[in-house]
Design a protein around this ligand. Structure first.
Ligand code: SF4
Length: 475
């Protein structure tokens, strides 16, 4: 049989890490990863389903690949969140799919698939492991990276123990489980030895790292230890629940030169009534964000918002809109509420009309586009460190890179017309010469490649961190 396998990873970077682990497992079981579906005898789709759009994308992708089974593909495997959530229903609805694997055993998919294919077709079990995953990630999980060689995601925990009333993730992924620090460090060390310069820490709530374990090794300790690894130049942290914004974490981000001053804090809303109905604990998010601005005035603050939550009134939405205009987040994403079966919010009344949800999202995005445009105009003429990711797909004569405030596939990029290919995978000084709404345009400065030693000032042209007279606020 054709043992070449193509894996399609849907959803977020956390899912991408799972996909990379699956690929390594498939490879060690004798399967051969290929980058095109047309060349593959086996197709694996790692699905997402946290909102309607994600479910739809997963179903569409499965149906699109069912058609390939009429040609070269012999085996179609579906795994991940959609399987965990809908399990046996999918087995009936999608008879063309050969094998479904839930989250708990997904990392062993290589072994499961080898055993599955060794059986006669009539003896094959089509579904595996859909009990809720409660396993800790307590053993090393090798991966085949799918990101460019110089950056990688590192998953520091899985699951979530918050109980946001709109969210199905805890039911799919189980309670919050941090990975042992030694395991993360050994992975990061290995990545650095293989040329990774930037690691991006991910989890459902990175700020909660260590809170579920007896040892008191929390996110600030982890950042400090990771920063000692030679070769790593940037540490970026995604998804910090506002509840976790404590002084020690902010101080670490401020003081640790390798830690990007980029705070991704999904607040969802600001109206106390909406936040209460959402089950979002942790005090006034506005106070917390103002505090971050005060302590880290040059940090890039990103958030994600949820509009059209059940019962959201015009006044509550206006409160959010006003805050977005005043606070001027460096970037934000807006989701429209998705009524998810099995969540408390799905039963709340009144549900907001879907057109109102869309219209509220559009209004927020319009406001934010103007803010981003203005912020980008102010960046013209300034010089930033840029990690050069590769060639621009639209025009391979240009390079694409990212500053500390640009996360791959989430924020904009820096377009570098005529940049030298030798810069790919390196951090260079780039002067911003223009902008194009969410993206910047820049020129590499002469002799701009960095040694691996640098200071916090390298993030900024102005270099006005740290602000020592604000130290008292950390106490
Ligand atoms: S913090 Fe809330 S929204 Fe985020 S994964 Fe956990 S339950 Fe879902």
């Amino acid at each position: 049989m054709n043992k070449s396998v193509h894996l399609i990873s849907l959803g977020c970077p956390k899912n991408l890490v799972d996909s990379e682990v699956i690929l390594a497992g498939l490879s060690s079981e004798g399967f051969r990863p290929v980058d095109q579906t047309e060349k593959a005898g086996i197709i694996v789709i790692n699905t997402c389903c946290f909102i309607d759009e994600a479910k739809q994308e997963s179903i569409d992708t499965i149906l699109e690949h069912v058609r390939l089974k009429e040609h070269d593909c012999e085996t179609l495997v579906v795994c991940g969140c959609l399987v965990q959530r809908y399990g046996k229903r999918l087995v009936t609805l999608l008879p063309e799919v050969d094998l479904f694997v839930g989250i708990a055993r997904m990392r062993q998919l290589g072994k499961i698939l080898r055993q599955f294919l060794a059986l006669a077709p009539g003896k094959r079990e089509r579904i595996f492991s859909i009990q809720t995953s409660v396993r800790a990630w307590d053993e090393p999980a090798p991966r085949l990276l799918s990101t460019p060689q110089h950056y990688a995601y590192v998953k520091i925990a899985d699951g979530c123990s918050h109980r946001c009333t709109f969210c199905i993730i805890p039911a799919i992924r189980g309670p919050y489980r941090s990975r042992p620090t030694a395991d993360i460090l050994s992975e990061a060390q290995g990545l650095a030895e293989n040329g990774v310069r930037e690691i991006i820490l991910v989890a459902q709530d990175t700020g909660g790292y260590g809170t579920d374990r007896e040892e008191t090794n929390f996110l600030p300790d982890l950042i400090k230890t990771l920063a000692k690894i030679d070769g790593l130049e940037w540490i970026r942290i995604l998804y910090i629940h506002p509840f976790r914004l404590d002084p020690k974490l902010l101080q670490t981000i401020r003081e640790e030169p390798k830690c990007c001053p980029y705070l991704d804090i999904p607040i969802q809303h600001v109206s106390p009534g909406v936040l209460r109905r959402m089950g979002r604990e942790g005090g006034d998010v506005r106070d917390k964000l103002e505090r971050v601005r005060l302590l880290l005035p040059d940090a890039h603050i990103r958030t994600s918002l949820l509009v059209g939550f059940p019962g959201e009134t015009d006044d509550e939405f206006d409160e959010l809109l006003k805050f977005v205009k005043e606070f001027r987040f460096e970037s934000l994403g807006v989701f429209t509420y998705s009524r998810e079966e099995g969540t408390p919010a799905a039963k709340m009344k009144p549900q907001v009309h879907h057109l109102t949800r869309k219209q509220r999202r559009r209004r927020l995005m319009e406001v934010q586009a103007r803010i981003v445009e203005e912020k980008n105009q102010h960046r013209i003429g300034k010089v930033f460190d840029v990690m050069v990711d590769g060639f621009d797909d639209a025009d391979p004569r240009n390079l694409i890179g990212r500053t500390f405030f640009q996360t791959p596939d989430i924020d904009g990029t820096v377009l570098i017309p005529g940049g030298a290919p030798s810069h790919i995978g390196r951090r260079v000084k780039v002067k911003i010469i223009g902008s194009n709404l969410y993206d910047l345009i820049g020129q590499v400065q002469p002799s701009s490649c960095h040694s691996s030693r640098y200071t916090r000032r390298d993030f900024f042209d102005e270099g006005h961190l740290p602000v020592s007279d604000r130290d008292q606020l950390f106490s």
